[in-house]
Design a protein around this ligand. Structure first.
Ligand code: COA
Length: 390
């Protein structure tokens, strides 16, 4: 039987890093509130010549250098940091990557959830024609008001995934638990560069969505909790994954049968949080950077293990689905690449970070050359955005 899923996956992030110790000192907050209370240590910040398009192209280029582009006839770009109301960010990525013209591209939006609907649509396309492959990209810049409770949870990053038949990394199983409830927990009105957020409501809405998705997964015939070896959760801040794990335990009567199983789950939570603690929130990319983090950092051999993946997008839509880690997964990627990428970011002062935060604009401009990534945002001319391969 043909299996379908994630064949390969790669990540890119912004040029700069802000250390949350520095932000805590500036804000007069105990740094342990950020490290332990929120589970965040650093945040990626983009340079003036970077945005969701350059990060997306960088992640995809690193992936396609291994896989090639054969069979790709669709590119889905999931984001809630859209740079245009009409034109899909995927059109620029398509050009920057030099993809052929007989490819369909589009952009999808539903807060942090849209990467998952892109993945599900890609699975559908491949199941109709297993010779096709779909490039799914999730790319976002999380930006809240300066001095707001959400500020220490900002971040930036992109994940590119190649979806195809006989995947080398993760076979995605057919059952999904779905949940939608219209709620004003988080949104970004037209014309605003920062999100409007009711943080406490967003935490409870996330947990209610998890309960709803779990119930639906069970009703749809999905695996029992004892049949799921590791859970990965959307991580707006990594402590949220711990809250989610606690909720899942409450509603299922326990996800671990003994001390050893409990320790395995703790190891998995820490492994899946490893990159996200340093990236900050990457919205649509957050669940999938958690997946990369788990694959790279879980001390156990995950071959044959069933992963549960919980995707949540404020507003709100959620989905809980499962996948089986494939034999040989450790040979697919260089598991030290992302840590290197994170280490190489240039450190920002709080003063410079605040300047950059306030300088985001969609007006005509020419950007300074800062990024070390292979693609850059050149600027906007006559209201049209321009990009180049460096
Ligand atoms: N040492 C250790 N922990 C500390 C601490 C300290 N000195 N000070 C506070 N904490 C803990 C709190 O006890 C709390 O833990 P808990 O969540 O387990 O109760 C945690 O740190 C956060 O503190 P709190 O005062 O509740 O945070 P806040 O009101 O400043 O903001 C959010 C937290 C999540 C609401 C805010 O960051 C936010 O709005 N984020 C954006 C929205 C978001 O990400 N939503 C998630 C769902 S999509």
């Amino acid at each position: 039987m043909t299996t379908i899923g994630i064949h390969d996956i790669e990540l890119a992030t912004g040029h700069y890093v802000l250390h949350l110790d520095d932000l805590a000192a500036y804000n007069g907050v105990d740094p342990m509130k950020y490290h332990a209370g929120l589970g965040q240590d650093e945040m990626s910040v983009v340079a003036p010549d970077e945005d969701i398009v350059t990060m997306a192209a960088s992640a995809a280029a690193a992936l396609l250098a291994r896989t090639g582009t054969a069979g790709i006839r669709t590119v889905f770009f999931a984001t809630e940091t859209g740079v245009d109301q009409s034109k899909a960010a995927a059109t620029w990525v398509h050009k920057l990557l030099g993809l052929p013209q007989n490819v369909r591209v589009t952009e999808l939006k539903q807060a942090c959830y849209a990467g998952t609907v892109a993945l599900q649509a890609a699975l559908g396309i491949v199941s109709r024609n297993p010779a096709e492959r779909v490039l799914v990209i999730a790319s976002d810049i999380a930006r809240y008001e300066l001095d707001s409770p959400g500020e220490p949870t900002q971040g930036a990053g992109a994940v590119a995934m190649l979806i195809g038949a006989n995947p080398a990394l993760l076979e995605i199983e057919p059952h999904s638990g779905l949940f939608t409830a219209e709620v004003d927990d988080f949104w970004r009105p037209n014309g605003s560069n920062t999100a409007v957020v009711d943080g406490k409501l967003s935490v409870s809405a996330y947990l209610d969505a998890l309960s709803g998705s779990w119930e639906d997964l069970q009703a749809a015939g999905g695996p029992a909790v004892s049949e799921i070896d590791r859970m990965i959760y959307h991580q707006p801040f990594t402590k949220m994954a711990r809250k989610a794990q606690t909720r899942l335990r409450e509603i299922t009567g326990g996800t671990a049968q003994n001390d050893a199983a409990l320790q395995t789950q703790e190891d998995a939570l820490a492994a899946a949080a490893s990159y996200n603690r340093r990236l900050g929130n990457t919205y649509t990319a957050s669940l999938y950077s958690g997946l990369i983090s788990l694959l790279d950092n879980d001390p156990a051999d995950l071959t044959g293990k069933r992963l549960g993946l919980f995707s949540y997008g404020s507003g709100s839509v959620s989905e809980l689905f499962t996948g089986i880690v494939q034999d040989g997964y450790r040979q697919v990627r260089d598991s030290s690449r992302v840590a290197k990428l994170l280490d190489e970011r240039e450190k920002l002062s709080v003063a410079r970070y605040r300047e950059l935060h306030e300088s985001v604009s969609y007006a005509d401009c020419v950007t300074p050359k800062v990024t070390a990534s292979p693609f850059r945002y050149v600027g906007t001319s006559d209201q049209a955005r321009k990009y180049e391969r460096v």
